[in-house]
Ligand binder design. Sequence first.
Ligand code: TPP
Ligand code: MG
Length: 322
Amino acid sequence: MSDKDALLRQYRMIMVIRRFEEEAARNYAKGKIGGFLHLYIGQEAIAVGAAEALEERDYIFQTYRDHGIALARGMSPKAAMAELFGKDTGCSRGLGGSMHFFDLERGFLGGWAIVGGHLALAAGTAFKAKYAGEDRVTICFFGDGSINIGGFHEAMSLAGLWKLPVVFVCENNQYAMGTPLERTSPLKNLSIKAKGYGMAGDRFEGHDVEHVHQRLGEAIDRARSGGGPTFVEILTYRFRGHSMSDPAKYRTQTELEQRKRQDPVFIARNRLLEIGVDESTIDDIDLEVDEEIEEAVRFADESEPARQDVMMSTVLAPEEEA
Ligand SMILES: Cc1ncc(C[n+]2csc(CCOP(=O)(O)OP(=O)(O)O)c2C)c(N)n1
Ligand SMILES: [Mg+2]
């Protein structure tokens, strides 16, 4: 496949995520979606670049900000939107909602809401792959707010000690809820932590999907070829608040405007223009994506709600007394 085809595919997927998130916000405001909703707008190039670099058999873990990577991994926008709407046709049968996407078939092992908690799970699947002699890499995404959590230290220590085939990716979007990183970390460059755990480290900007693909590819190859884990810090930015209840007043409009110059959508679009793709081809992709996402919303709206009997079969609960 030519570079051009790959760039078109990547641009399309970035747009799928962007439009999906915008529609999710709109439908949250309409009251169609309950619970928490954390959007990935601004960070799309990371999910898409990572998905490009992974093999189908690999495992993925993500935080509650999980729609982007699930879609990039190939989950249908219908199954994703229906999950947000709490419908039985959702990827977790409507029982998980936004923070608990899951897609075993695609090796997407969740959507986790406890900050830093899922790093240990990623070390676990990486250990299993190594122990069983499977050629399977685990990639684990988390935010800058995870780095001082106990689970981070435990997972990184074991992964480093046992040279596990795992890539830990810190999506440093500069804020944990409303708190900027400089108020919680004595380090600016988080990637130097890798040394302390005896593993390789990398640090780069995550706005350009090709760049993310290439650099994460190096870490994934290292894990796959027995070179052990890598701790990767990717510098990024979220354009919306932490969740739907956050108006993001802790940052200035100037900061936001500056960051929007590095919008992954514009970068991917400009790259296509640079290689000679004409504007109308790009506009056609945009229209196609709009339709796909509108269709996903219709599907979610028309689907049946999550079922209580399914829910009861997934939890440990005492038999009801007669
Ligand atoms: C152990 C734990 N403590 C606190 C919270 C509440 N909480 C949810 S998200 C969040 C901020 C995390 O920020 P970051 O890791 O930077 O990820 P981002 O939201 O920026 O993607 C906090 C403190 C939680 N979910 N889990
Ligand atoms: Mg953050």
